[in-house]
Design a protein around this ligand. Structure first.
Ligand code: ADE
Length: 250
């Protein structure tokens, strides 16, 4: 049976995944709590990614080497960069880049030394399956969130975007930095702090990776506003619903 890792960026998201697992038990490795169990009869390991690229790379490596996972599904939140990528929308990564990688002039800007490339791809098949799950989730979930939450965050018609997700060890919370990232990487849809690290490790080990991120903010001067409430009321519900849709589909 396929052995899948479900990685959450946030406690609220992990809690909604654990609520779907009937028989999980905890194993602590490297200071991380791994939850080993089942979801719709499939073997899964659920864990928090840790924040930032180093924590994420360590978690990814442990999932592969210690727990033997054969594929990794990551859910979390991100700041929207692309025009039209709004709070409450969902971004499905088709490729990843570390926006703070800069070994120039020895290597091209953003190129990861030793890899001859800046961009890493998501696994097409797994990401296609996650796309179907996102579509199903987006059709049903906003109605279940409640009118007050929908109005507070403007979630009337959330959209699914697919493309480049960028990662770096910075919470982007100024309009100036967000504008600079958009200038430098015009096709970047959203920014977060872990996805590209997972992608590099998954590339090293040949493990398929799919990443979905709910847009929690626009990575601008207002990025911190209502963040905890968004995580509690929206992001955790999105990730629980998308994981449920992914696993109940097969
Ligand atoms: N995760 C959610 N919002 C983010 C932002 N603005 N920058 C980096 N990571 C994020």
């Amino acid at each position: 049976m396929t052995h899948t890792a479900i990685v959450s960026a946030l406690h609220d998201e992990l809690a909604s995944v654990l609520a779907l697992m009937p028989d999980e038990h905890q194993q602590v490795v490297g200071g991380r709590e791994f939850w080993v169990g089942h979801l719709h009869g499939q073997d899964v390991v659920a864990v928090l990614s840790g924040i930032g690229k180093v924590a994420a790379a360590t978690t990814a490596t442990l999932l592969i080497e210690r727990f033997g996972v054969k594929r990794i599904v990551f859910t979390g939140v991100a700041g929207g960069l692309g025009s039209g990528v709004q709070v409450g929308d969902v971004v499905l990564a088709r490729s990843f880049l570390q926006h703070d990688m800069d070994a120039s002039p020895l290597f091209a800007r953003h190129e990861v030394p030793g890899y001859g490339r800046a961009r890493f791809d998501a696994a097409a098949g797994l990401t296609d399956a996650l796309e179907l799950a996102c579509d199903r989730m987006l059709h049903t979930l906003p109605q279940q969130l409640g009118a007050e939450t929908v109005a507070a965050f403007g979630l009337q018609a959330p959209r699914l975007h697919q493309g480049l997700l960028i990662s770096g060890d910075r919470f982007v919370a100024t309009t100036a930095e967000s504008a600079a990232l958009q200038r430098e990487l015009p096709d970047a849809l959203a920014v977060e702090m872990e996805g590209a690290a997972f992608a590099q490790v998954c590339h090293d080990f040949g493990v398929p990776l799919a990443v979905v991120r709910t847009i929690s903010d626009r990575a601008d001067d207002t990025a911190h506003m209502d963040f905890p409430r968004f995580l509690r009321e929206v992001a955790s519900r999105y990730s629980g619903a998308v994981v449920e849709a992914l696993f109940s589909n097969r």
